[in-house]
Design a protein around this ligand. Sequence first.
Ligand code: FAD
Length: 393
Amino acid sequence: MSTTTPSSVLEAEHREIAAAFTAFVHRELVPLAAELPEDGGMPPAELRAYVRRRSAKLGFYSGDHPEELGGSGMPFSAVVMLHHAAGRSGCPLAPYALAGSDGPSPLLRQGTEQQIEQYLKPLVRGEATRCLALTEPNAGSDALHLTTTARRDADGGDWVLSGRKTFVSNAGHADFVIVVARAVDGDGKDGGPTAFVMGMDVPRLRIGQRYEGMSGEELYELVLDEVRLPAGAVIGGEAGVGAALGNGIDSLSRGRLVVAAMCNGIAEYALELGVAYARERKAFGERIGAYQHVQEHLVSSRAEVEAAKLLTLACARLVDDGVEAPENAALAKLTSSETAVRVVDRALQVHGATGWVRGHPLEFLYRYVRMMTIIEGTSEIQKVIVARAMGLG
Ligand SMILES: Cc1cc2nc3c(=O)[nH]c(=O)nc-3n(C[C@H](O)[C@H](O)[C@H](O)COP(=O)(O)OP(=O)(O)OC[C@H]3O[C@@H](n4cnc5c(N)ncnc54)[C@H](O)[C@@H]3O)c2cc1C
């Protein structure tokens, strides 16, 4: 494909840093990925830790965090381009080179000085990982319908957390966990959703069921059986009680744009595979790319990927300009994740049985990309956000 595409206009500003990241992926991560099992399960934890630390050393991991926290102070739009480049590389280790759902949580940016030192800085440096326990068996999309409670002792001191969390990524390897629970004060008054941070080794917190995802992801159930925490475990201290919703809005928007960018990169990679195959493979005496039904798969994909990419890059640029509207991120995440699912499906179709066989990159991507319309809020929930912003419902 031509390198002068409409999206290259928006890419120009951060092209060099994205090119440096891509060079790192090809130089250092692609050879390591060659050792991974062909069916594309999750890489071993030690390898993920190595990739994270190496990338942090080179200044890519946690790119948008300020230098005083150990980051590189990049604009958010540069970070979005790195996530695009990770998806585009086709290297299964590349996503672990960039901070994601196990990395520095924007919630911790609202933390007290002590929380920033103890939790945020090691995450930014890639030395520690965390998990976020928000979803519950009966509170998924409706995430604030929480039944996990944090009851405050009558003397206003310690908190006692009880409940079950489910589908928590990285809980089996994390150093600490952020738990969102409903605060209840001494006289039973509901103080609202509140984020707590604690080590994974805190007494009476245990891992329950383990779930394995379609492409080898490990998710876990977490059981909080009267976990006792000091007042200092509330993220942001006293001001953080009941503030998880307010503090979470911006972080969700950024997380959604990062997922959108990764999806666009994956879609571009899948499209490239589809185009290359259609140019080579012959059927009925012709290259299959000459057939209009095959062109339809590839040209529609090209149009949709370019549109999703432009939307995502534009929304990221707006974040750098101080505009962090949740509906923008919702539009980008909805468009990019749905596009990536379609494009991977079409690219596999163009490959026929070749793409369907275990070990082919498209076979893995077909399973991997499917989670993208569910994580960070389902497609339907992105539509709910946009509908509300349009004054509907
Ligand atoms: C790979 C992966 C990683 C995850 N990691 C984490 C994690 O680290 N921490 C964590 O806390 N959670 C995590 N989750 C859970 C994830 O956040 C939830 O799966 C997601 O919020 C959806 O909730 P649910 O699965 O309970 O679906 P439900 O909320 O039960 O939704 C079922 C269906 O109903 C639709 N629906 C629900 N409400 C509405 C509505 N108002 N309007 C229209 N449609 C609606 C949904 O879109 C969906 O199609 C992870 C999930 C996956 C797949």
